[in-house]
Write a protein that binds this ligand. Structure first.
Ligand code: FAD
Length: 278
C-alpha cells in the first residue's frame, strides 16, 4: 500500500529537528532507517503529517570505545555495529545479537536508535541494552537527559521518552575484561522477530540476564542474575521464567513460548559461563 500524504523534512542538525518537532507536536515523527516506521505507514496503521528524517545529522552517528564505556550514536546502523572491530573487541555480544536481526538489507538501514526508541517488544536491542545496563540520552527543548534502559520501557510502544524528544546516543558501561557473554534467539526463519531471545553477561562482578519478546516490554531479571552469579543455573532459569509474561500470537501459544524460553535462556547462560575467563 501507499502511505497517506505527509510533508518530508530533512534537517542538518539536532536543533532544527527539535524545532520541527516542537512546531508540529503530535503531527510530527522522526524517521531513522525507516524499516519499522515506513511499513506501519504503508499499512496505514499510523498516519504522520510531518516526517523528520535524521539521516543528515552527523552528530547522531558513530561508535566511541573508551576505557570504561562505549558510546553509540542513535543513527548508527546495525550493519555498522556488526562491522566495528573496536566494538566487537570491547562488547562482542552486540555483534552476536545484531547478526540475528532480520537480514543484511534491513541491517544496512535499521539503526540502534530506531531499534530501542519506540518500545517495540519484538526488537532485540532493548533487552540487550537492559542486560548491559545501558543509558539512553534523549534530548528535547529543555536539553538532554539520561534514562536507564532498565527504566525506559513502560509497556508495548510506551516509553519514558516524551514524544518531542529525540534519542541521541546510547552509553554502555564496559563489563569486566574476560566477561562471558551470549545472545541466544529462536526464530521461525531468517528475517523473523524472536519467538524468544535472551542476553547474558557473566563476570567477576556478577551476572545479568534479560529477555526479548516474552512480555510487552523487555524483561531484565535481577533474581536470575543473582542465581547465575552464584553458579546456580537451574535457579537462574527458574527465576528468568518466573519474570516473563508471554502472550499467544502467530509464533505460538503461551505454553510453547514458555518451553522455547526455557531452552533459549539455559543455552545463553551455559554459553556465557563457558566463555567467561576467570
Ligand atoms: P525507524 O523505522 O525509522 O523508526 C522506528 C520508530 O522509532 C519510529 O517510531 C521513529 O519515530 C522512532 N525513532 C527512530 N529513531 C529515533 C530516535 N533517534 N529518537 C526517537 N525516536 C526515534 N528488529 C529486530 O530487533 N529484530 C528482528 O529480528 C527484526 N526483524 C525485522 C524484519 C524485517 C523484515 C524488518 C523490515 C524489520 C525487522 N526489524 C527487526 C526491525 C529493524 O531492526 C528496524 O530497522 C529497527 O527496529 C528500527 O530502526 P529504524 O532505524 O529502521 O527505525
Amino acid at each position: 500500500m501507499i502511505p497517506a500524504a505527509f510533508e518530508y523534512h530533512r534537517p542538518a542538525d539536532l536543533a532544527s529537528a527539535l524545532s520541527i518537532l516542537n512546531t508540529h507536536g503530535d503531527e510530527a515523527r522522526v524517521v531513522a532507517g525507516g524499516h519499522s516506521l515506513i511499513p506501519m505507514m504503508k499499512l496505514r496503521m499510523t498516519e504522520i503529517g510531518h516526517l523528520v528524517d535524521l539521516q543528515d545529522i552527523a552528530s547522531l552517528r558513530g561508535i566511541e570505545v573508551t576505557s570504561d564505556s562505549v558510546v553509540i550514536g542513535a543513527m548508527t546502523t546495525q550493519h555498522e555495529l556488526i562491522t566495528s572491530d573496536a566494538l566487537a573487541t570491547a562488547l562482542p555480544i552486540i555483534r552476536e545479537a545484531a547478526l540475528l536481526i532480520a537480514d543484511p538489507q534491513v541491517r544496512y538501514m535499521g539503526t540502534l536508535g530506531g531499534n530501542v526508541a519506540n518500545g517495540d517488544p519484538g526488537n532485540d536491542m532493548p533487552g540487550l541494552m537492559q542486560c548491559l545496563d545501558a543509558r539512553f540520552t534523549v534530548e528535547g527543548a529543555d536539553g538532554p537527559r539520561e534514562i536507564k534502559a532498565r527504566a525506559y520501557y513502560e509497556s508495548a510502544y510506551f516509553t519514558a521518552r516524551e514524544e518531542e524528544e529525540i534519542l541521541t546516543k546510547v552509553t554502555i558501561p564496559l563489563p569486566a575484561a574476560g566477561h562471558g557473554f551470549a545472545y541466544e534467539k529462536q526464530k521461525r526463519k531468517v528475517g523473523d522477530y524472536a519467538t524468544a531471545a535472551c542476553g547474558v553477561i557473566v563476570s567477576g562482578d556478577g551476572a545479568s540476564v534479560a529477555m526479548t519478546n516474552l512480555a510487552d516490554t523487555p524483561i531484565w531479571s535481577e533474581q536470575a542474575g543473582t542465581a547465575l552469579a552464584a553458579g546456580d543455573v537451574d535457579g537462574a532459569v527458574a527465576a528468568a521464567l518466573a519474570a516473563i509474561d508471554p502472550q499467544e500470537d502467530m509464533r505460538g501459544p503461551i505454553a510453547f513460548k514458555r518451553h522455547v524460553a526455557g531452552v533459549v535462556i539455559r543455552r545463553a547462560m551455559e554459553r556465557a559461563l563457558t566463555r567467561a575467563k576467570g
